[in-house]
Design a protein around this ligand. Structure first.
Ligand SMILES: [Zn+2]
Length: 311
């Protein structure tokens, strides 16, 4: 699943290439979009702004028309120079926006709709998104507040499922979910009612920090011409070695980089998403507040992967 930082990067790359430019053409394989384009053509409108909101990507056209797409599991936006060959087949193209210099193409997006500012405001899903960890108005306090509010209403909800819930904090995907819980020393299966204020603060803080780091990391990759890449090179450990990029995600059965225990994986939540954790660094806590006495609850000292010496 594209993570929030991926969609943020896509939106930023699209904004740089086609933001403020004149739309010279529009193509789509979706009948509802085609009908709008027939009635009120996009060609001739200005592309006022491209933005991301959590996992949604919005393209604002002049004349109060907004193309709204959601990536879900398979969708992606590609950017090509005019005349460049597409990397995916036309049969998978859902929407194509043309300017004098660029082609912006949405492939396999399961949701693609036109909205006006008014219908967007009424649209049930986007306004309900939680605070976007990449937005300028995100603060640790607001992140914590959002988690606390949800936890008060859903005390039994498991923390990693809540981290993935885009209506609580928007932007975290399945990779960061496991990494953020690890950073706070929180077992991902703990109920919200057991999570301490301090743990919430750590998770709210690293959520923002790591998403931002990965957005910055990607700036050079998306700055070049051509395709917006989704090479899974996000990292949280600070290590530049590809094999040491992440603390626990995708590392089932391998030694924890911090304590050496074997990283575990279990499917979690209604969607049975893979959750990775270290049983040593993220011990099970079943009782509210218990964790304040345990050696968890503050950010684990994450100083980079342990190096094996002499072997
Ligand atoms: Zn560990």
């Amino acid at each position: 699943m594209p993570e929030g930082d991926t969609i943020y990067r896509s939106a930023r790359a699209l904004q740089r290439a086609i933001g403020g430019k004149l739309c010279t053409g529009f193509e789509t394989g979706l009948a509802p979009l085609a009908r709008v384009n027939d009635d009120t053509p996009l060609a001739g409108r200005t592309i006022e702004k491209v933005e991301s909101r959590g996992k949604w990507l919005l393209v604002h056209f002049s004349g109060d028309l907004i193309l709204v797409t959601h990536m879900l599991m398979s969708g992606s936006w590609h950017l090509y120079r005019t005349g460049e060959k597409w990397w995916m087949g036309r049969d998978r193209m859902r929407a194509a926006i043309f300017t004098a210099d660029f082609q912006a193409l949405a492939f396999n997006v399961p949701v693609a709709e036109f909205h006006t500012a008014r219908s967007l405001a009424r649209y049930s899903q986007i306004p309900k998104l939680g605070i976007d960890a990449l937005s300028d108005d995100y603060t640790v306090e607001r992140g914590v507040q959002s988690l606390r509010t949800y936890g008060a209403e859903h005390p039994e909800a498991e923390i990693a499922v809540v981290l993935l819930n885009q209506r609580v904090i928007a932007g975290l995907g399945n990779v960061y979910k496991s990494e953020v819980a690890f950073a706070a020393g929180v077992n991902p299966f703990r109920a919200m009612s057991t999570i301490t204020q301090q743990e919430l603060e750590v998770m709210a803080e690293v959520s923002q920090k790591w998403l931002k780091v990965n957005v910055l990391d990607g700036s050079s990759a998306t700055g070049r011409d051509g395709i917006v890449t989704y090479s899974g090179n996000r990292r949280t450990t600070g290590a530049s070695d590809r094999a040491e990029r992440l603390w626990v995600y995708g590392r089932q059965g391998q030694e924890c980089r911090r304590c050496g225990a074997l990283v575990q994986m279990r499917k979690q939540g209604e969607q049975a998403r893979s959750t990775y954790w270290c049983p040593g660094c993220q011990p099970w806590v079943a009782t509210p507040g218990q964790s304040t006495e345990a050696p968890v609850g503050r950010m684990l000292k994450l100083t980079g992967p342990r190096r094996k010496v002499g072997c």
